[in-house]
Design a protein around this ligand. Structure first.
Ligand code: SF4
Length: 449
């Protein structure tokens, strides 16, 4: 029995997975507000929406665990599941009889309206596994800029889907083929965000480096960046993940020019630096191209943040190929690492490969790389002590490790704390100010104006 509806119904949205999913949750929140709901983080909501991830078997398991936890924690609420896990594992999803509604990725734009009708007593049409859109221009009309007023950074999804079919990855089966948002629509969304008070956008996509491919290359990520920089000069732009062969000389020039408002931050999706493993994965670049990109970025050493994703323990990865990856990471100017132990995902080519790497070896390799990542991050942060950094103020923290302080990120993505003082208390969230950090403490730079 559902509890009675409050005057203003409340919804809690839990998001798992990538930036694209977070962006779509912002859009879901906006569409719920449009339907008259209040979006809450806690309490006793009328509905809970789990926006799931299925990028690995483990992510899928965690998504279903979130559903079970929500059913237990909010016994009176209507619990709905959406996102990639619905498309990846419909049988497992439909086994959870207590789920109130189920929507695939394509159903997200109608989700708020459907739950509103459901709460008013109508029957919701839950899609078993709605067809994946394999063509057409990317639609983002349900995700508008009013979604998260009061924050200074917004994610903008300019691309969806993927044509690459890396052998370990399920995403192309769940998100369909590459679709790009036209530059005009990106510009208009970014203008709306600036008008709503946002100062920075993160351009993101499932395969951002292929932005424009579906439009016969009549536009590209590079041309989009030029337009944004020229037409919305007040906007700080941060790039989502790119592969080495997708980074053009023009993008490098923008990243390295402090006068251009493209943040000095590159997230390189490497996954491995062993040609044997890259070949098995079906990735289109090899180690010489990775090394060439780092050579071109060398001018930014010490100020350009370069992060990467690495998968360890794919069946093709021997101790020797892991050592190749580790050796490259050690040598180049990477400043942070996201390390993932491989877990086979049913439905992918790699899931059928024999010669699995033992769990203990996977864990050992992941830890070794993660330790190296922490060392590199500390070194990079320390290299920025005493330098002028442009920091976007995001929020006030009353109980930070230095007491009340402003929190924000530098253009090169270092987290910064600035003590609240007579000089800083009148600043506003969303302002970009120049600071000079003097200490690296508890994973934050501590700075003065
Ligand atoms: S590029 Fe490869 S890893 Fe990335 S989404 Fe596409 S198939 Fe998956």
């Amino acid at each position: 029995m559902r509890k009675s509806i409050k005057t203003i119904p409340q919804v809690l949205i839990e998001t798992l997975g990538c930036k694209v999913n977070y962006y779509e949750s912002q859009g879901l929140a906006a569409s719920f507000r449009h339907e008259g709901w209040e979006v809450v983080q806690q309490g006793s909501p009328d509905a809970v929406v789990i926006n799931s991830c299925a990028v690995t078997a483990e992510a899928g398991r965690q998504s279903l665990q979130s559903v079970r936890r929500a059913l237990k924690r909010y016994p009176g609420a209507l619990v709905a599941l959406t996102g990639c896990e619905v498309v990846a594992d419909p049988e497992k999803v439909f086994e959870i009889k207590e789920l109130g509604a189920i929507f695939g990725n394509g159903g997200k734009k109608d989700l708020a309206a459907q739950l509103t009708r459901r709460l008013l007593g109508e029957q919701v049409v839950g899609a078993k596994s709605d067809p994946v859109d394999f063509s057409g221009e990317l639609e983002i009309d349900f995700l508008r800029a009013d979604s998260d007023r009061g924050r200074s950074r917004a994610v903008v999804k300019v691309q969806d889907g993927c044509n690459s079919f890396c052998r370990y990855c399920i995403i192309p089966y769940l998100r369909g083929r590459c679709r790009s948002l036209s530059p005009d629509k990106v510009l208009s969304e970014c203008r709306e965000l600036v008008d709503a008070g946002f100062r920075e956008v993160v351009l993101t996509g499932i395969h951002l480096g292929r932005y424009g491919d579906d439009a016969g290359k009549s536009f590209s990520l590079t041309s989009l960046l030029y337009q944004l920089v020229k037409k919305i000069p007040d906007l700080r732009i941060r790039l989502g993940s790119l592969q080495p062969h997708e980074i053009t000389p023009d993008i490098i020039a923008m990243l390295l020019d402090p006068e251009v408002p493209v943040c000095e931050h590159l997230h390189l999706s490497l996954q491995s630096a062993s040609d044997r493993v890259l070949g098995a994965m079906g990735r289109p670049y090899r180690r010489p191209e990775i090394e060439a990109i780092f050579a071109q970025l060398a001018e930014g050493a010490g100020r350009l943040a370069i992060g990467t994703d690495l998968i360890v323990g794919l069946p093709a990865e021997t101790e020797c190929s892991f050592a190749e990856t580790y050796g490259l990471v050690e040598k180049v100017e990477l400043t942070y690492l996201h390390v993932f132990p491989y877990s086979p995902r049913q439905g992918t080519v790699a899931a059928s490969w024999p010669d699995r790497v033992a769990l203990a070896d996977k864990k050992k390799r992941a830890k070794k790389l993660a330790d190296l990542g922490r060392e590199k991050r500390d070194l990079f942060a320390q290299a920025n002590l005493g330098k002028k950094l442009k920091v976007l103020l995001e929020s006030k923290k009353e109980d930070s490790c230095i007491g009340p302080a402003w929190f924000g990120h530098s253009r090169n993505y270092l987290p910064v704390l600035l003590p609240i003082s007579v000089a800083t208390q009148r600043l506003q969230a969303g302002a970009e100010i120049e600071v000079v950090p003097y200490e690296w403490k508890n994973n934050h730079l501590i700075a003065d104006c």
